[in-house]
Design a protein around this ligand. Sequence first.
Ligand code: DX5
Ligand code: ZN
Length: 219
Amino acid sequence: MKKIQISPSILSADFSQLGNEIKRLEDAGADMIHVDVMDGHFVPNLTIGPPVIKALKKQSSMIFDVHLMISPVHKYIDAYSDAGADIITIHPEATDDLSSSISKIKQLNKKVGVSLNPETKVDVIREHLNEIELVLIMSVNPGFGGQKFMPEVLVKIKELKEIQKTQNLNFDIEIDGGINFDNSKEAIEAGANILVSGTTIFKSNNGDIKKNIELLKSK
Ligand code: DX5
Ligand code: ZN
């Protein structure tokens, strides 16, 4: 079994202190940093773009797990790669040609992730799974932090675990949205090995992020 990793979403961090917040996450034992990029078009919210990621990456050696909720995504892959993204995750609905967007990310020597919205079926990416290195299962509709976890998406994780077994594949399974100390166990049991969390990490236990990271990892 893969080691359980935590990818805190800086969407819930203090945006006036982002550099310090990332340092704080690193000191607290975060395995990577989840950066939610939203365009006000693919999702109804707007967040940060390449210049901010570039500035943050200069200050940190952490893995930047960049979740692109932008459409059309293909033409922006270069910019996020140049800015310092280590993992680039895209949504199949945001590109005309998933195969060429996956190839593009791989050509740039970045880890390629594909994300499934709660409504999106595993079938949409089935034929690409031998090229994908990470599947990000959305357990809320993307766009905002602090939403309620949707347990019905866990069956897709089980489906992906079956495919991994039968096809001998080894991609990471990450889950994103509404993760808390109760449902983290369910998600891990279903087969997720990377948990994204914003609200729980930054707001629970008076913002004791070290404790919150440990609690999310413990089964
Ligand atoms: C939602 C984002 C998530 C979200 C996680 O569109 O992709 O990363 O911010 O935040 P919480 O843990 O608050 O649901
Ligand atoms: Zn995300």
